[in-house]
Write a protein that binds this ligand. Structure first.
Ligand SMILES: [Zn+2]
Length: 141
């Protein structure tokens, strides 16, 4: 599999390239700014290779589970609540443990920043799950 994304920008008419991991400007012939960035990037790609499939399956189930849970909520509160809050929680925790951004995010933000954004999204999902649970406890009796 080839994950290498070569992004070229022009700065004062001179071609510059950004490190695939941290996004710092680097010379046109390099891919990473140093060995450390390359090591981090390799670790990330290994993780994707090992858990990528598991990630997509859980991701798909939870992305459908949240709206379906909210829909079921209107006629079966317990089932709907467990499904929607459970999906938020599982997806949120997974995004913290396996923060795999989309390819377009990696292209745009580079690995380090895209991973950070994905983790923040995971925390937001956990917050959303908590909000749904609080809402259900307070307003629906
Ligand atoms: Zn770098």
């Amino acid at each position: 599999m080839c994950y290498t994304v070569i992004k070229k920008d022009t700065f004062w008419g001179v071609l510059v390239k950004k490190c695939d991991y941290c996004g710092s400007e680097i010379s046109y012939f390099d891919q990473y700014c140093n060995d450390e960035c390359q090591l981090h990037a390799n670790k990330y790609y290994e993780l994707v290779e090992r858990f990528g499939k598991l990630f997509s399956v859980i991701n798909m189930i939870c992305v459908f589970g949240i709206p379906i849970g909210l829909f079921i909520f209107s006629f079966s509160r317990e089932v709907g609540l467990v499904l929607s809050v459970g999906s938020c929680a599982v997806l949120g925790i997974m995004l913290l443990l396996l923060p795999f951004p989309t390819e377009s995010m990696i292209k745009k933000y580079k690995i380090q920043n895209a991973v950070k954004r994905t983790r923040i999204f995971g925390i937001m999902l956990l917050g959303l799950g908590l909000l749904i649970a609080i809402f259900a406890v307070i307003f629906v009796k």
